[in-house]
Design a binder for this molecule. Structure first.
Ligand code: DGY
Length: 339
């Protein structure tokens, strides 16, 4: 009988990355992308020592009831609003994520959405593909909002927010940000960004990017009141989590022409998109792909494997996972206490 640890991988991953994992543990890897309901997730996690899971897998206290085998959960994302960290910590389960490796790729994508929304790329392409460019085009067709020389606002100035800010110098933009805590002066200087309170950020930004974590405190941090504070003709981009925005209020603001455009990569009820947003030409929509470059997704998978192996005390980083979310679990762990 095998004495090796067992790891469940809830999403199809790169074969060579899985092969590296398999050198150390037995794996049960899903071959097809699908959603696992709460009951299945509970059963799967009860039958393994470690798991690599995705954002669609929601782990809370109920998921862990009766589970005395699981030691580590490795989230294939930097955000971990799908995990109840308190419940995992109480259950002695180490949780890990994939920070850093996706910062630049996700910041690139914020700019893709900013440019596409401000310059109406989605609507113009749909119009062209529909064969509607037949004769002369009016000189005042497809007028968008400039980025260069305008004010970029960033709500949430962690590593990804800072990477978004650094790119703004190429567009000669003034950069304002709001974060609970102000960045150290040298970091502000590298980002060429100035801290302002949230109301000023909303009032002053021509383009506002949301890059903050989703928690109960940040739920609907952009609602009707905040949208009303934003400039008429401004643009909103959300690359963080859908629940940050009250989507009904956003749709209303766009419909009334207060906001000129929006670029959204994330939705409150993914994979469902608030229906009215689907019908608005001035919204650029993408399916939560901010970190999806070939290199970055591979790096995320490698990091997730490093995390799960190290959390199980295996591999070159045994006992020192690169990205623990609740390192208290490691500190409290006594050799053999949960094996
Ligand atoms: C993350 O890592 O949190 C992204 O949203 C998923 O790619």
């Amino acid at each position: 009988m095998s004495k090796r640890f067992k790891v469940w991988v809830s999403r199809p991953l790169f074969a060579d990355v899985l092969a590296r994992l398999e050198q150390y543990v037995d794996i049960d890897a899903e071959a097809v992308e699908r959603v696992h309901d709460a009951q299945e997730l509970k059963q799967r996690l009860a039958a393994v020592d470690g798991a690599i899971i995705g954002l669609a897998d929601r782990v809370d206290a109920a998921t862990l009831v009766g589970n005395d085998r699981l030691r580590v959960i490795s989230n294939l994302a930097v955000g971990y609003n799908n995990l109840d960290i308190e419940a995992l910590t109480l259950a002695g389960v180490l949780a890990c994520n994939t920070p850093e490796v996706l910062n630049e790729t996700t910041a690139d994508y914020a700019w893709a959405l900013l440019l596409a929304a401000a310059r109406r790329v989605g609507a113009a392409e749909r119009w062209l593909r529909a064969g509607r460019w037949r004769g002369a085009m009016r000189f005042d067709d497809w007028l968008g909002v400039d980025l260069h020389g305008r004010t970029l606002g960033i709500l949430g100035m962690g590593r990804i927010g800072q990477a978004v800010a650094r790119r703004a110098s190429g567009f000669d933009m003034r950069v304002l940000y709001h974060n609970r805590s102000r960045l150290p002066a040298p970091v502000e200087s590298v980002c060429a960004a100035r801290w302002v309170d949230k109301a000023e950020l909303l009032r002053e930004s021509d383009h506002l990017v949301l890059v903050l974590p989703y928690t109960s405190e940040s739920h609907h941090i952009i609602g009707a009141a905040e949208l009303a504070l934003m400039k008429r003709g401004s643009v909103l981009v959300n690359i963080a989590r859908g629940g940050l925005v009250d989507e009904a209020a956003l749709a209303a603001s766009l419909r009334e022409g207060h906001l000129a455009a929006a670029g959204l990569d994330v939705y409150e009820d993914e994979p469902l998109v608030y229906p009215e947003l689907l019908g608005l030409e001035q919204v650029v929509l993408s399916p939560h792909l901010g970190s999806a470059s070939a290199d970055t997704r591979r790096n995320m998978a490698e990091l997730a494997v490093d995390n799960v192996l190290a959390g199980l005390g295996l591999g070159p980083k045994a006992g020192r996972p690169p990205a623990p979310i609740n390192p208290r679990v490691l500190e409290a762990r006594r050799p053999g206490s949960k094996a």
